[in-house]
Design a protein around this ligand. Structure first.
Ligand code: CA
Length: 238
């Protein structure tokens, strides 16, 4: 039997959870519903899902703090998280992405949009066709084992940051516009705003630590990975 992508739905409203589950089942996914954070954690401890749909507003621990928690755990850090939110605010969206979500869906959303976004994060997560090692300066990325190191120190990256870094490392010293990055890294940017790129670049820099300076902001143009970072904070927009 074919393995169906497993989607963990963390949503406290039974009617909404059930509606999502039905639609996912029709869309070729295997949905699992958890109505609170404790049940969600139990599900994660038992079987890792391919994607987590996480409601922002939950009783007890909020979706935001759950996302933050799961991103820090070795076992769950690479699972794409889609936040479900009734909040359309730009600052809230950024807060969700900053907490570790890969994307967000604003309620009310259409089934088609939800399925498209889930497929998009799964595609992003899909392993690179090539299993090679890329080296830029002291930065080494092994696409086969998904390991990244800087000066022989292993670094931990989320799935989107990994793909973004892979693209940068295979296209160094060139400036990439936000829309080009959406095309090349996200691949399916119908629903994704350019601001999302900035958030993931920020997260990538943070995850890279000392190597973060290699990812340069080129004002008005986009981003570039360089082996020789210009040590001019003035040049960097963030
Ligand atoms: Ca809720």
């Amino acid at each position: 039997m074919k393995h169906l992508p497993r989607v963990l739905i963390v949503e406290d409203e039974p009617a909404i959870a059930e509606l999502i589950a039905v639609n996912l089942r029709h869309g070729g996914f295997e949905p699992v519903v958890a109505q609170d954070s404790v049940t969600a954690q139990r599900e994660l401890d038992a079987v890792l899902p391919d994607v987590i749909l996480l409601d922002w507003m939950l009783p007890g621990q909020s979706g935001l703090s759950l996302a933050r928690h799961w991103r820090k755990q070795e076992r769950t850090m690479a699972i794409p998280i889609l936040m479900l939110t009734a909040r359309g605010d730009e600052s809230d969206k950024i807060a969700g992405l900053d907490a570790g979500a890969d994307d967000y869906i604003t309620k009310p959303f259409s089934t088609q949009e939800m399925l498209a976004r889930i497929r998009a994060v799964l595609r992003r997560r899909a392993p690179q066709p090539l299993g090679d090692c890329v080296t830029v300066g002291d930065l080494v990325l092994d696409a086969g084992t998904h390991r990244i190191s800087f000066k022989n120190q292993e670094l931990k990256l989320g799935p989107t940051e990994f793909k973004l870094l892979y693209f940068f490392m295979t296209h160094t010293e060139r400036v990439h516009s936000r829309s080009n990055l959406l095309d090349k890294v996200w691949g399916d940017h119908v629903f994704i705003e350019e601001r999302t790129v900035d958030v993931h670049v920020k997260r990538l820099r943070e995850a890279l630590g000392a190597a973060g300076a290699m990812v340069e902001t080129v004002r008005g143009a986009g981003y570039r990975l360089t082996v020789m970072p210009v040590l001019a904070a003035a040049q960097s927009g963030g």
